[in-house]
Design a protein around this ligand. Sequence first.
Ligand code: SF4
Ligand SMILES: [Zn+2]
Length: 153
Amino acid sequence: MSIFDRFLPKKKPLEIKNNIPKEKETIKKTFSVYCHKHHGTSGSKLCPKCTALLATVMTKMNKCPYGITKPICDRCEIQCFGEKQTKEFMEIMRSAGTGMFFRHPIMAIKHKMASMSVDYSKHEMEKRQREKEKAREKLAQEKAKAKEKDRNK
Ligand code: SF4
Ligand SMILES: [Zn+2]
């Protein structure tokens, strides 16, 4: 540590925000919008099927293997709700999207931005992976060419 270090602004440790409570709120609202439209419920009530599915989702979120670093559930690779319930969950999240934009626009926009950020990170990771593979292939080809040259000398 040099003497000048004390005059430099101190780096803050990276803070990981716990977004789970907000995500849960968004999911609950999305379920309400969907259930009101498709199953004729109103207010804070949901039909038994949506209530059961929502309870599973909430329980699974509490035990999420990613902890507070979790991606949003509708962009998760693991999708731990089981095949049938994941399908139903995705259908609700997808088809209530427009309704959410009208009823809870800020929440809907934030959720959309979170989805886009997960998609972007995935895209970047895949791109880096492809670039690494290309570089490896190129190196292998160059090595093979060099060997061939040596043999022909
Ligand atoms: S779907 Fe993925 S992010 Fe959501 S609780 Fe399950 S493992 Fe965690
Ligand atoms: Zn319902």
